[in-house]
Design a protein around this ligand. Structure first.
Ligand code: ADP
Ligand code: MG
Length: 694
């Protein structure tokens, strides 16, 4: 019985020496191989009469070989095989360079089909190193739309085509239909077997599209099912219900130095309403940079604290954890002894440093009510007394794996309320377009801060070419004289031979010695010791430094309102979303802010990206633009998320995502265990293990 799970090592017609190479491509079983799709196609479907081939075209011809011989050029020692091919209309020369074995493969008088580029030399037109095959064979390499596979050293597309065509013969019938029939019909999708066959050996390009769409739908459909199930699991578990204390919240909000924006109010309300329930919240707070997510989280933490429970707040970097700690210290003046920070290098409350052991004890006994930190928070040694709320800041900065672990760790926390799961609030400043958010965080509720605090001035953004550098430096000098500060961002930490980027370290030296010798310039990068980082950040906040030179470390969250200038070197190297994040570091005070995008590049897409930044300040709009320009890959790591390439291409297809979601939800409601759909059930089990959702 043919079986898709059969390892390729047991398939007689796959030569052993190819196994390791296939494995490098992630191909181990028959199924892997059948689902390894071409990345593009050559259209060799039209057969041209030999008399009608034209120089510069790629042509497919069919005819008889009337002559074939090897020639060795004495000048360049190149092996050339020269042949003559003839059909009813005429004949043409064929030349293969450095493929001496050709002469064994093509015999005089045989009928051959070949596809290749038509070139010209002093003897006239010829076909240059064409793909070829016996004309009596089913067209595989020529005479059709030909698949081109991502190649690895030692594996050619020609070989792949040959093997896949053999595999299809034997195993295609074994591919089961994952998508229930009714859905296939409703969504007008082609079947799995047809799609697989067409993707490898398409009848026409229409079919390629239909097949890709079908694959994309399948992937999306599975994701949505996993997510519907996760949502159900999550919402049926128990959590601590935290009373909505109206007065407490009102008093706190009144004590803030600013008025909450409507978006902040609305999101806060949604969160407080969620955590009031005895089932865990699972909410994503999406808000553009500077939209004020921290204070929203703080209100939720306050309510948790006043109800007597603990909150854990996790940030991706130490710099950010420290900054949150400082903020919380301030806004919770009266309770600041209950706020603690835990990172790899420090553990302390506001008042004093603690030994680690001592500090962990305070967490365990519940004396620390709000614990802020990095990954250190999810170490085994950290035990909470009664954790009721977990906040993950800049959640997209945690890998998919890490996030899953965080969530699981949170769910397994050893508290005295063993059966409860903490409420979970994830926050992100990468504004993911709503459709994508729905696609990938389908099991989360969404709160959106789509409004910046009032009074923020528009940040003046400019693209700066090398010719205008000096002018900008001069401008920066004058702004700093007025008391402002500036960020300089560089793409790399240290000179690397491979990537000729300007390193922050070297540039720091240059800036402080040559360009701004009279200014105080600090350096911050990811490889520095946490203590040094904190010191530099503090110096910058306290205005002891005029300029902070940094790598992308400061991308997330850093808040220094007096800093009004953001210079981004090599700006063409960063994605739109990231550039927008950098820019969001300024424009946080009443002073006019500026963002200078330094670039040496003149490439078209780069400019498209940089220009988009000039045109819009709206993170959500920019995200959509980015989706358009670069595809969805940058929002969700490709491999990470386990999304097949074919599916990725269709992810900007909003309708497809929505349809998949609707179908998945109604199917899940109709038959949550999927008992009536055994193939789907089976596939989903495997799929579930491979992908991780929030
Ligand atoms: P982000 O959403 O990027 O995490 P933060 O929470 O760091 O933003 O807030 C950015 C800055 O805006 C902080 O200095 C914060 O004190 C301030 N802020 C937050 N909400 C408001 C508001 N409603 N009005 C004015 N300033 C605010
Ligand atoms: Mg933030």
């Amino acid at each position: 019985m043919p079986n898709l799970q059969t390892p390729l090592s047991q398939v007689s017609f796959i030569e052993k020496k190819y196994l390791p190479k296939l494995e490098q491509l992630g191909i181990k079983s028959v199924r892997d191989f059948l689902y390894f799709f071409p990345h593009r196609y050559d259209d060799f479907s039209k057969i041209t009469k030999i008399a009608e081939i034209k120089e510069g075209e790629t042509a497919t011809v069919e005819g008889k070989i009337t002559d074939i011989q090897s020639i060795r050029t004495w000048k360049r020692k190149m092996a050339i095989t020269e042949a003559l091919i003839q059909d009813k209309s005429g004949s043409a020369r064929v030349l293969w360079f450095n493929q001496p074995y050709i002469i064994q493969n093509i015999k005089k008088d045989s009928s051959v089909r070949m596809s290749g580029k038509v070139s010209w030399d002093k003897k006239g037109l010829y076909l240059s190193s064409p793909a070829y095959e016996n004309a009596n064979r089913v067209p595989t390499n020529t005479g059709r739309i030909v698949p081109v596979y991502p190649e690895t050293r030692g594996i050619t597309s020609r070989w792949m085509r040959w093997k896949i065509s053999q595999l299809l013969k034997k195993y295609l019938a074994e591919i089961g239909e994952v998508i229930p029939n009714a859905i296939l019909k409703r969504q007008k999708l082609i079947g799995a077997q047809e799609a697989v066959r067409e993707l490898h050996f398409p009848t026409n390009f229409e079919k390629v599209k239909e097949s890709q769409k079908r694959m994309a739908f399948e992937e999306m459909f599975l994701i949505q099912l996993v997510s519907a199930r996760a949502r159900k699991d999550w919402t049926t578990s128990q959590a601590i219900a935290l009373d909505f204390d109206d007065k407490l919240v009102k008093d706190f909000v009144a004590s803030l130095p600013f008025k909450l924006t409507d978006a902040q109010r609305k999101s806060t309300y949604q969160i407080l309403k969620d955590i009031e329930k005895p089932h865990p919240m699972n909410r994503l707070l999406e808000g553009d940079v500077g939209s004020g997510k921290t204070v929203v989280a703080a209100i939720a933490a306050l309510e948790t604290m006043m109800a007597g429970y603990q909150t854990a707040i996790m940030a991706p970097t130490e710099v950010l954890a420290i900054q949150h700690f400082e903020t919380f210290k301030k806004v919770f003046k009266n309770f600041s002894q209950k706020v603690g920070i835990l990172t790899a290098s420090q553990c302390r409350t506001v008042w004093k440093k603690n030994t680690r052991k001592n500090f962990l004890g305070k967490i365990r006994r519940g004396e620390i009510k709000i614990l802020i930190g990095t990954h250190a928070l999810i170490q085994e040694s950290v035990e909470f007394k009664n954790l009721a709320l977990v906040v993950i800041d800049e959640q997209h900065r945690f890998g998919v794996e890490q996030r899953a672990k965080l969530q699981k760790a949170a769910a397994n926390l050893k508290d005295n309320l063993k059966k409860t799961v903490p409420h979970l609030l994830s926050m992100t400043a990468t504004p993911i377009p709503r459709t994508l958010a729905l696609a990938f965080f389908g099991n989360l509720d969404l709160s959106i801060l789509d409004e910046l605090p009032k009074g923020r001035k528009k940040i003046i953004t400019e693209i700066v070419t090398p010719a205008n550098r000096e002018k900008v430096y001069e401008f920066i000098r004058s702004e700093i004289k007025k008391g402002r500060q500036a960020f300089f961002i560089f793409p790399l930490i240290e000179e690397s031979e491979k990537i000729s980027g300007k390193s922050a370290t070297a540039e720091h030296k240059k800036l402080s010695e040559e360009i701004f010798p009279n200014l105080k310039i600090g350096l911050l990068h990811g490889r520095m010791k946490p203590k040094d980082k904190e010191e530099i950040m503090n110096n910058f906040k306290e205005k002891d430094l005029d300029i902070l030179v940094s790598t992308s470390v400061i991308e997330v969250g850093v808040d220094v309102p007096n800093s009004t200038i953001m210079v981004i070197e090599g700006s063409e190297r960063f994605g739109l979303a990231q550039l927008h994040q950098f820019r969001g570091r300024v424009g946080r005070s009443d002073h006019q802010s500026y963002c200078f995008l330094f670039t040496d590049s003149v490439s078209a897409t780069t400019n498209k990206r940089l220009k988009a930044l000039l045109e819009s300040e709206d993170g959500f709009k920019l995200a959509e633009k980015d989706l358009e320009i670069r595809g969805p890959g940058q929002f969700i790591g490709k491999r990470q998320s386990g999304i097949a390439d074919t599916a990725m291409q269709h992810l900007s297809d909003v309708k497809l995502i929505q349809q998949a979601r609707i179908e998945a939800q109604s199917l899940f409601e109709f038959d949550p265990k999927l008992n009536q759909f055994p193939i789907l059930k089976n596939t989903l089990e495997k799929f579930d293990k491979e992908i991780h959702l929030e």
